[in-house]
Write a protein of this length. Structure first.
Length: 191
């Protein structure tokens, strides 16, 4: 689900960038800056825009109330859904700094003009269990930016941080069968 969401955003952003700058080659990819061992990722494409997942947050303000499913007339309890927000860093890795700024401006325009993705505004919107992806820019102080780049283990490059809400994670596994209420008895007790 997370990979599908990132791939959808990548595809839509790539289509926009190619159209905006009359390009034939893809410019947007999903990539990290460093490998698991802390060494630079040499597969990071030069003169490209990369999307990188840098954080996940559970949305505690929303609690799932749909903890039951019915199949063939029998009710079953399922584990409650988890609602997640993704933090995506959009990196501009261009040889020339001014090119990075040009593409950065285009990405801001793209997300300003399309703050959400759903079946109505996105041709290939097909993510299991998700009706809409909402995207908003997250502003960072210099200190927060420094902390983020230090955590990544890379030198700063032009970038934007976006929050994608809400991914509804639900595996649908049954935890128990729930007996149906067949009759309600009422009695009056006098004291």
């Amino acid at each position: 689900m997370i990979n599908q969401s990132l791939e959808l955003i990548r595809s839509e952003l790539n289509t926009f960038v190619k159209s905006e700058f009359s390009l034939t080659d893809d410019k947007v990819n999903i990539s990290g800056l460093v490998k698991q061992d802390g060494k630079p990722d040499n597969d990071l494409e030069i003169d490209s825009i990369s999307l990188m997942l840098v954080g996940l947050q559970e949305e505690n303000a929303i609690q799932s109330t749909q903890n039951f499913v019915e199949r063939e007339g029998i009710k079953y309890r399922i584990a409650p859904s988890i609602f997640l927000n993704l933090q995506i860093l959009v990196l501009f890795n261009f040889t020339h700094y001014v090119e990075s700024l040009k593409f950065l401006s285009a990405v801001i325009r793209f997300f300003q003009g399309k703050p959400f993705f759903d079946a109505d505004n996105t041709t290939n919107f097909a993510i299991d269990g998700i009706d809409k992806l909402k995207i908003r820019h997250l502003s960072q102080t210099a200190e927060q930016q420094n902390h983020l780049w230090g955590s990544i283990g890379a030198k700063y490059m032009p970038s934007l941080l976006y929050k994608v809400n809400l991914l509804n994670i639900q595996d649908g596994k049954i935890t128990e069968e729930v007996a149906a209420i067949k009759e309600i008895e009422r009695s009056l007790v006098r004291t």
